[in-house]
Design a protein around this ligand. Sequence first.
Ligand code: NI
Length: 256
Amino acid sequence: MIIDTHCHLDFEQFNSDRDEVIRRARAAGVFYMINIGSSLEGSAKSVELASEHDNIFATVGIHPHHAEEIDAGSFSETETLAKKERVVAIGEIGLDYFKSPSSPASQKELFVRFITLSRELGLPLIIHNRNAHRDTCDILNRECQLPVRGVVHCFSGDRKELDEVLSLGLFVSFTCNLTFKNAKGLREVAKFVPKERLLLETDAPFLAPQAYRGKRNEPAYVTQLRDTFAELLNLPKGEIEDITTANARNLFGINI
Ligand code: NI
């Protein structure tokens, strides 16, 4: 059994065949999925999906790209959503300095507000960081009690950055970009994640694995990431599933 800990089945890319995609995931052994809220509308859809499917959990958050669209009113709507059933984390939230339409100042402000909310609700964080490693770590260090209960999603940093997020106590999650032919450097870094901190995700519809590169990704394909880790760590595929499923249960407090 595998858990895809980060997918966006609420996105329009799944409008024509969402139920089929969910069925294919189960058939591939991906028994559970965590659908990630990345906007106000997406968070609401995420909560709705989780209420309709017993194999989907939801998170509530605003991607840093949308930081400037959020005012006090819309933030309070996310607070209401975050208290709904089957919401297992706050995210994705964080900082993205790569061509972002929102200023770093607005991103930092929203990030801190969500960290505060996660503390109030006792929920873990799903952290998005692109080209903003220093500020992300500084804010977490300042705003959170260590160890930080959360995960750095789609990890793509170097060894030094990995050590720093591990020292904050965070889990580390990889997407199917680890399967890319040209991701040799990232695979070398991934070997150093302690087994008890490792999570698997697709980030579907984005980042389809090498075999489907450039196409739409979907939760069933997280099996290819499992296979890459089995090879990388020289462990049976079943053990990768057991380890990462136990970690997801542990971080998100889900009883499955
Ligand atoms: Ni995502």
